[in-house]
Design a protein around this ligand. Structure first.
Ligand code: ADP
Ligand code: ASP
Ligand code: MG
Length: 402
């Protein structure tokens, strides 16, 4: 079998953990499998590198950040190759540019365009274990890019897709996907299986166990995905197109996202085209807007609120201030001590009362709701960040039993 394995940062945080992971790789290799292994940067390396950058620049260039951050993954693959070499196993570490892992030029959030398979196949045919630096790519100018935080999962799935791997295993510090973050929520239950669609939604609204684009790609290319533990050898959670559930679940999971800022534009003239003009200022900067709320008119004006990622807020506000006079609003403000709590489930659309249960749980905990959004498979609320953990726990209790 050809297997693509991915190990996250905490799984390779120190020499002892690297050796433990090397043991998993060695066992699979000795069973006769061909292996492509994607690694993340060790422990908190990526965060530490970002902190470093902040010491040198107040507004670091995204190109240079990518150059800096990708060193983390390169350290991991080189150290793993050394470790496997010491165990007498043939291994080779490769950076993205060496395998033609081509992406768009959007530094910090690049999309994969094409991946060369020639070098990978040559190494596999030579019987080597191929260690690929995750999270990184190279654009058409030969500049180094990154796929966004948590992007190593996407590197792994993309490699599995182009190599037509038999499976893609995402090894991490929990033993599978749960109904909520098992480190924070008491009573979170492990799911044996979850659908691509549900997982995509969960990942998008904050369950960082998988990068949402990795799930999207796994669905598109039909890559069988498994999330499992780097520490315990036992089955994890399978992510696939259709699942068999003994017990019908209306809600599959609860997630929290605190990487969220709310921008409010006040006194926007109540005439056609104004919402477009405001949002257009933001989208021109390639900033994603999430929840949107317009509160209706005082003296012929509206207030418009929308959410963006925290790191995008300063640029969005700067650009909006520049345009305030032209568009005709009086004030822009930002709040960033917020959290979005979401319930996700494919069965939600056909089950009445899911939203009611969620609001009931929040009301019982006396948590105020600032914004609401829902789709077929998801309902989200925006609340104060200080109540986020309490809200997730209470909402989880309400759906899955205390
Ligand atoms: P890695 O470094 O291996 O990529 P991440 O930290 O990105 O690991 O993702 C694993 C973490 O995701 C877990 O430690 C857990 O705290 C968190 N997590 C959040 N939601 C969930 C969930 N629903 N199921 C499992 N883990 C979750
Ligand atoms: N090291 C990168 C990050 O911390 C990529 C990853 O871990 O997937 O975001
Ligand atoms: Mg991750």
């Amino acid at each position: 079998m050809l297997i693509v394995m991915k190990f996250g940062g905490s799984s390779v945080a120190n020499p002892e953990k690297v050796r433990r992971v090397a043991g998993i790789i060695a066992d699979a290799y000795s069973e006769g499998h061909q292996l492509v292994v994607v690694l993340s940067a060790q422990g908190d390396t990526t965060d530490e590198l970002l902190e470093q950058a902040a010491l040198y620049s107040r507004n670091p260039s995204r190109r240079e950040l990518d150059m800096l951050l990708t060193t983390g993954e390169q350290i991991s693959v080189a150290l793993m190759a050394l470790t496997l070499g010491d165990m007498g196993l043939p291994a080779v570490s490769l950076a993205a540019w060496q395998i033609g892992f081509q992406t768009t030029t959007t530094h910090g959030n690049a999309r994969i365009k094409r991946i060369g398979t020639e070098r990978l196949e040559r190494e596999l045919d030579a019987g080597r274990i191929v260690l690929v630096a995750g999270f990184q790519g190279v654009d058409k100018y030969d500049d180094i890019t990154t796929l966004g935080r948590g992007g190593s999962d996407t590197s792994a799935v993309a490699l599995a897709a182009v190599l037509h791997a038999d499976k893609c295993q995402i090894y991490t510090d929990v033993d599978g996907i749960y109904t909520a973050d098992p480190r924070k929520v008491t009573g979170a239950r492990k799911l044996e299986e979850v659908t691509f669609d549900e997982m995509m939604e969960l990942a998008t609204v904050g369950a960082q166990v998988l990068h949402n684009r990795s799930v999207e790609m796994a669905k598109r290319y039909g890559v069988p995905l498994e999330v499992l533990s780097s520490y315990e050898r036992k089955p994890g959670t399978i992510v696939k197109e259709v699942v068999n559930r003994v017990e019908e679940m209306n809600v599959t999971g609860i997630a929290k996202d605190t990487d969220i800022a709310r921008i409010t534009v006040e006194h926007l003239p109540d005439v056609p085209g104004k919402v477009f003009q405001v949002l257009n200022v933001v989208s021109r900067e390639k900033i994603n807007v999430d929840l949107i709320l317009q509160s209706m008119g005082r003296d012929g004006t509206n207030d418009l609120s929308f959410t963006v990622k925290k790191s995008d807020a300063p640029l969005a506000v700067e650009k909006l201030r520049e345009q305030a006079e032209r568009i005709g609003f009086s004030k822009v403000s930002v709040e960033d001590k917020l959290a979005r709590i979401s319930a996700v489930g494919a069965g939600m659309v056909s089950t009445p009362g899911v939203a009611t249960k969620l609001f009931d749980a929040l009301a019982a905990a006396e948590i105020n709701v600032k914004m609401i959004s829902s789709s077929e498979m998801m309902i989200s609320v925006l609340i104060d960040e200080q109540y986020a953990d309490l809200a997730v726990q209470r909402v989880h209790d309400r759906f899955f039993g205390a």
